[in-house]
Design a protein around this ligand. Structure first.
Ligand SMILES: CC(C)(COP(=O)(O)OP(=O)(O)OC[C@H]1O[C@@H](n2cnc3c(N)ncnc32)[C@H](O)[C@@H]1OP(=O)(O)O)[C@@H](O)C(=O)NCCC(=O)NCCS
Length: 161
């Protein structure tokens, strides 16, 4: 079963930093994620766990610093999602997005109307995954580090597709 928790303790941060997620296209290594979180008081690191332990991570950001993708600072922006290389294609991200994300965000951000994410147009595997898990294109796009990115959103408080 996949579960989510904030990675705030030294032990959690070490577990994230030890994951095999090398710098590559579309991919933010754990050290960069932790540095981003440390530099932004509106951003937190989240550990993705399955039965074998920490398998991946993402960051959640809310507040004024998400204005580049949303006019509503109460929205939650999911960033830098990654699963460790050896654990990919086992359904971890799909289970996280379809069953664990909603209760986690509703518990920690009860007034947030939507969860947003950015996906590079060229990252078609991840794009399809997000659409499968109930995210929809908002019509907004921006230029990201790996080319054009679409802004996708899913309403919170509603059971995903
Ligand atoms: C994208 C990522 C988080 C998916 O994690 P995952 O746990 O391996 O994903 P799942 O096993 O749940 O895959 C679910 C679906 O996503 C799609 N998918 C995931 N990785 C894919 C790939 N490399 N190529 C094609 N499709 C892919 C498939 O539709 C897959 O379903 P299937 O296995 O039934 O065909 C992971 O591949 C990763 O860390 N990639 C590098 C970083 C990245 O691209 N992050 C997304 C930034 S927006």
């Amino acid at each position: 079963m996949v579960s989510l928790s904030f990675a705030e303790s030294a032990e959690d941060r070490r577990a994230l930093a030890a994951l095999d997620v090398p710098a590559a296209r579309f991919t933010t290594p754990p050290q960069s994620l932790l540095a981003s979180v440390d530099a932004n008081p509106h951003m937190k690191a989240v550990a993705i766990r399955d039965d074998e332990g920490v398998a991946g991570y993402f960051a959640v950001e809310t507040g004024p610093s998400i204005s580049e993708v949303s006019a509503d600072p109460a929205d939650v922006l999911l960033r830098m999602l990654a699963v460790a290389r050896s654990r990919r294609r086992r359904g971890i991200a799909r289970e996280m997005l379809s069953t664990a994300l909603e209760p986690f965000l509703c518990a920690h951000y009860p007034t947030s109307p939507r969860v947003l994410l950015l996906v590079s147009v060229a990252n078609w595997g991840a794009h399809r995954l997000y659409l499968d898990c109930g995210f929809r294109d908002t019509g907004f796009a921006r230029l990201g580090p790996w080319g054009r990115q679409r802004v996708l959103a899913r309403t919170l408080g509603v059971t995903p597709l």
